[in-house]
Write a protein that binds this ligand. Structure first.
Ligand code: FMN
Length: 200
């Protein structure tokens, strides 16, 4: 049976100028080879016009059952696997991805309130997430590890909704390395993209 994959794109750059998108495309190439029947839906958050929740939207959340957040939350909840492509911006994710999670963290669809506190609703089937990220520096290990708040945030908010199987594919040091060293780093990341793409 085919699965529904939601490919969430959170970078305003064109594909060819983005390390994140190029790494994601490499990952997708191998994923598609292994899973030709899966249905992949691309969700470019910039083209979609995702914006910070404003007064009107907050009002709609409480007054109107069907609204933009509701539509996105349903699409999110109907997916089996998620690929999130987002570069590191100021130690975290681009704000548009946070705004998107403000849409899809929707009471009654992705989580619910209980007497014991909020409870994720997306643990009902074995969902998986691949977070693909490019960073100018190094945060996966070393002295700046504790500064990393993007992958941490993505994992935490997904866990809040009940999705705990989250993996990360990262290309780091793009602003630190040059020439052959950078080329080698990209090559290593692509190799990892191939391995992870085949097994996701
Ligand atoms: C607005 C902005 C903020 C950034 N903040 C950071 C940062 O906090 N730490 C870091 O290591 N790199 C930072 N970078 C660099 C990017 O993470 C890095 O260039 C990355 O490879 C970009 O991926 P992309 O080519 O897919 O856009 C920032 C870049 C931009 C445009």
């Amino acid at each position: 049976m085919y699965r529904k994959i939601l490919y969430i794109k959170a970078n305003p750059k064109p594909e060819e100028d983005s390390y994140t998108f190029k790494l994601a495309n490499e990952f997708l190439k191998y994923y598609k080879q292994e899973n030709p029947d899966d249905q992949i839906t691309e969700l470019d958050l910039y083209k979609e016009g995702i914006k910070c929740l404003d007064q009107k939207m907050l009002k709609e959340l409480s007054d109107k059952e069907r609204n933009e957040m509701h539509r996105h939350a349903l699409q999110f909840a109907k997916s089996d696997k998620y690929i999130i492509a987002a570069p590191m911006w100021n130690l975290s994710v681009p704000a548009i991805l946070k705004a998107y999670f403000d849409y899809v963290s929707y009471a009654g669809i992705t989580f619910k309130y209980t007497e014991k506190g909020p409870m994720g609703l997306l643990g009902d089937k074995p969902r998986r997430v691949m977070h693909i990220v490019s960073r100018g520096g190094q945060y996966s290990e070393g002295p700046y590890k504790a500064f990393e708040m993007g992958d941490e945030y993505v994992r935490t908010i997904l866990g809040f909704m009940g999705i705990i199987k989250v993996e990360t594919l990262a290309l780091e040091n793009t602003n630190v390395l040059n020439g052959n060293e950078l080329h080698e780093k990209v090559r290593e990341a692509y190799k990892e993209a191939k391995r992870m793409g085949k097994h996701f």
